[in-house]
Write a protein that binds this ligand. Structure first.
Ligand SMILES: [Zn+2]
Length: 510
């Protein structure tokens, strides 16, 4: 009880101040020298003045911004982000009317509406993208639309309902569908400075093209086909069909004068579809060479014609926005064994022997037989030569043979460059070896053709200056550099390496 007495003066003074505040509130004195309840208005932390009523200022803003309400079809406009309106009893600055405060705010900032911020971040590089949407349902619906541009809607529905047809001979089933990114959706006040998406159609467009800008158009000329128009405008034919949904196949005819879209696809999402695929592919025959001393040297004859066999190959394939990533072959069943080709070569010395001479001439159309295949069989071509998302894929991707499977030189030539110091495990963001990782560049003897074998393991078996022959083991299939799975990037160029030479479709030499 001794302590209580010493608190008495403190308690009394607290009570007194309450009474003073109470009296002031009741009497509502208009004397500016006296303390009254005000709201200080701050723009980015800087006081611009005070208003008497926060709610009146908010109402004023809401009533003045009719145009914004109409534009976004919303019934309320809010103060900009960065504006703070704080209750205060201390008289500091100028007292502003609602109109004056509104004007000052408007000069400095854009007003806000209630909406959603959709944040999409990549798992690999942590890059973040923000999308502003009036309603969050637009995003969910647009994601479905995007999926349907890359994957057949019926297949997706069957997968969702768990009633896909079982593969009896050949065919494919969807095993998984997901977005390989972190996505968060938060309600927020969004500045009307931002591009705010107000319908599903725009959201779909944004997710596919990365912008709402109108893409370019092209006027069809005589002789154009979907394939040539697409390639000349940096689109794959699949992308052309996505941006021009009125066409259903690359074989559809174009008519001169017709306008088509050549908008570049730049998908915001990484939409992954995983499939189990069973297909029958040829099993190539092998060639056996026999020597015959009764035949003149340089001559050869085919004793037995080779016949390809057939094998049923089961693969797991991941598609990113419709594009195949390196496949993994999980099973091979031989349906029909190939028949070995037997060639008899003469060894009898003759002065008139000429052998085979290749005319060269700078054209990549080289006779078959000169070139070997760089991987073992079976294999899967998961990315062909051509444009993807506005970038030229300067070669083909061969996968399915497995990590560490041998890579062979496709022709005779000289090794002009090797890279073997990249980590074996690929990373999407790693630019080791200019993206090709561990690699071998060969300048071939014929046709002025240069070849690159990319994404190898670091165990590269050849070195610069070394001669290689067709079929020579030069390295191992790997996943180094900018690679999304075990595969060989096989590129063919005319006249030089990447940068100086002209890339062409490797299939044109086979
Ligand atoms: Zn590639």
């Amino acid at each position: 009880m001794k302590g209580f007495k010493s608190y008495v003066p403190v308690i009394i003074s607290i009570l007194l101040s309450f009474i003073i505040v109470l009296i002031m509130g009741l009497t509502n004195v208009k004397n500016p020298n006296k303390i009254e309840e005000l709201y200080n208005v701050y723009i980015d932390g800087e006081l611009i003045g005070s208003v008497r009523s926060k709610s009146k200022l908010e109402k004023y803003i809401n009533s003045e911004q009719k145009n914004l309400k109409e534009e976004y079809n919303v019934d309320k406009i809010y103060v900009p982000n960065g504006i703070d309106i704080e209750k205060s009893y201390t008289y500091k600055g100028k007292i502003l009317s609602e109109k004056e405060a509104y004007k000052k705010i408007k000069e400095n900032k854009s007003f806000t509406i209630k909406g959603y911020v959709i944040t999409i971040s990549n798992k690999e590089d942590k890059e973040e993208k923000h999308i502003y949407s009036l309603d969050k349902s637009y995003f969910d619906k647009a994601v479905k639309n995007v999926l349907y541009t890359f994957e057949n809607k019926d297949n997706v529905t069957k997968y969702r309902k768990n009633n896909q047809d079982e593969i009896k001979t050949t065919g494919s089933t969807i095993e998984n569908i997901y977005i390989d990114q972190d996505i968060s959706i938060k309600e927020s006040f969004i500045s009307t400075d931002e591009e705010i998406i107000t319908n599903v159609q725009d959201m779909t467009k944004y997710l596919l093209f990365g912008s709402l800008n109108e893409g370019e158009e092209y006027t069809v000329k005589f002789g154009d086909t979907i394939e040539t128009v697409a390639f000349n405008n940096k689109l794959s034919t699949e992308e052309f069909l996505i941006v021009n949904p009125e066409f259903t196949s690359k074989n559809n005819l174009l008519s001169p004068g017709q306008k088509v879209s050549i908008a570049l696809i730049s998908p915001v999402l990484r939409m992954i579809v995983e499939k189990n695929v069973v297909e029958d592919v040829e099993k190539p025959f092998e060639t056996e060479e026999k020597e015959d001393s009764s035949l003149a040297s340089g001559t050869e004859k085919v004793e037995v014609e080779g016949v390809n066999g057939l094998q049923r190959v089961t693969e797991k394939i991941q598609y990113v926005n419709g594009e195949e990533l390196p496949a993994v072959i999980t099973n091979v069943e031989v349906l029909k064994e190939p028949v070995k080709k037997v060639v008899v070569k003469g060894t009898k010395k003759s002065y008139s022997s000429t052998g085979r001479v290749y005319s060269g001439g700078g054209s990549p159309a080289v006779t078959s037989g000169i070139w070997g295949w760089p991987s073992i069989s079976p294999y899967k071509i998961t990315s062909t030569f051509g444009y993807r998302w506005g970038k030229l894929h300067k070669g083909i991707d061969i996968s399915g043979c497995g990590y560490g499977s041998p890579i062979y030189s496709a022709g005779n030539g000289v090794v002009v460059e090797t890279v073997s110091n990249c980590p074996n495990q690929g990373s999407y963001s790693s630019r080791c070896g200019g993206g090709y990782g561990n690699m071998v560049w060969v300048k071939n003897d014929v046709g002025n053709i240069w070849m690159v074998y990319g994404h190898l393991t670091s165990d590269v078996l050849v070195s610069t200056g070394q001669r290689v022959t067709k079929g020579q083991h030069i390295g191992y299939m790997g996943n180094s550099g900018s690679s999304t799975g075990t595969h060989l990037h096989f590129g063919t160029y005319l006249g030089g390496q990447d940068g100086t030479g002209t890339p062409f479709n490797p299939f044109s030499i086979y």
